[in-house]
Design a protein around this ligand. Sequence first.
Ligand code: REX
Length: 437
Amino acid sequence: MVQGKFGKRAAMGASVLALVAASVPALAAQAQADTSPEVAAVAAARRALGDGLPKPDLDALHTVFAQVMAGGAPGVMTRIDGDRGASVYRETAGVADRSDGRTMNTDARFRIGSITKSFSTVVLLQLVQEGKIALDTSVDTYLPGLLPDTTITVRNLLTHRSGLWDYTNDMFANTVPGFEAVRNKVFTYQELVKLSTAHPATAKPGAAYQYSNTNFVVVGALIEKITGQSVRTEYEQRIITPLQLTDTVYVHPSATIPGLHINGYLTPDEAGAALVDSTDQTVSWAQSAGAMVSNPRDLNRFFSSLMGGRLLSAPMLTEMLKMTPSDTTGTRFYGLGLRQRDLSCGVSVYGHTGTVQGFYSYAFTTRDGRRSVTSMANTSNNGNVNTILGDTLEAAFCGKTPASTSPAAKAPSSKRPAAATPSAPFYEDIAPNVPRH
Ligand code: REX
């Protein structure tokens, strides 16, 4: 069953829109120039949330939810904060807990996986701002002897261009046994780095984008070395407390998610095998690369605040947004601990994706931070579900745009996924050398 709760201000009246148009000279002039009902309807839809984008297409969103659940996820949800949270949509389907049938809830916490990388990057870039560390300096300067290649720079880590092997490829080659072997373990950063450096480098530093959790484990080690404090303290003091992210916690090495939360269900490799409840685990295998817990409101606020300049100076945000392609689609890019996705309606969104056993998530915002979207499904090791979940971004950011006026109508068809139709399989970064299921 699909449930929806609409924010009070989501349905803004036409009279309010007219007032808005009248008070903004450019809009008023546009309204006078084009008086056809069609053009006026498109303009009204675009202004409906006050953030300049089309209204979210909730029918398309619910169709995506149905596909995610048909693909094997017990539950799925999306929270959309329009106009920096003035208009909120909380959409859910399915259950948060299969044992008691508790329904999915957008207030509940979940494991955000690699979305943690954006938090770690903000901490590190604040340290750069403070002159305590430099982006283009060798990691070896700060952590002598940790990495065999002394030419790997701090920027190489943040851009996934270090050439450090991703140790999770080996760790999770067999999904459930791999998970069970580490779910209660507590690793040091050094132990995880050693698992990586037992393999030869995958490329020369700077040469190629190759997603690797190792990079952000080294980022955590750098943060702790430079500040003399735990990453937990740094996340709290620099991000969580200032932004009042009351549902965001870093509890490593505790294995439980505190408070109201969603249970995660890992898909075994064997076809037809029952889902494994993977809620409780230390996530010590990821730490600063993926061990945070949060909820959709906090993630939307985090990325909106980031883009709004509340966490980094303008020059440092510009550094974070220096993107290079992360695949060959021409629509997906990676900056410094930050992804960019170009959607079918011509809108670029910025954020991160996350995968921890039992949890797939997407958290993205517009360049001005005015519309932010977080989606999650409580399963993993099911690439098809992850791909379909990504289509919630199309429905939430692009909405229903009349084909004749949509920038997508002019885009090549390869860049034009329909909102309710799953786009091409998305495997780019999940343990790249491991067979897909
Ligand atoms: C590890 C394997 C996935 C999960 C991983 N997660 O590298 C990081 C992350 C923290 O969130 N990365 C994602 C397991 C891709 C991102 O940045 O977007 N897979 C699963 C297997 C495969 O065990 N055999 O799907 O749960």
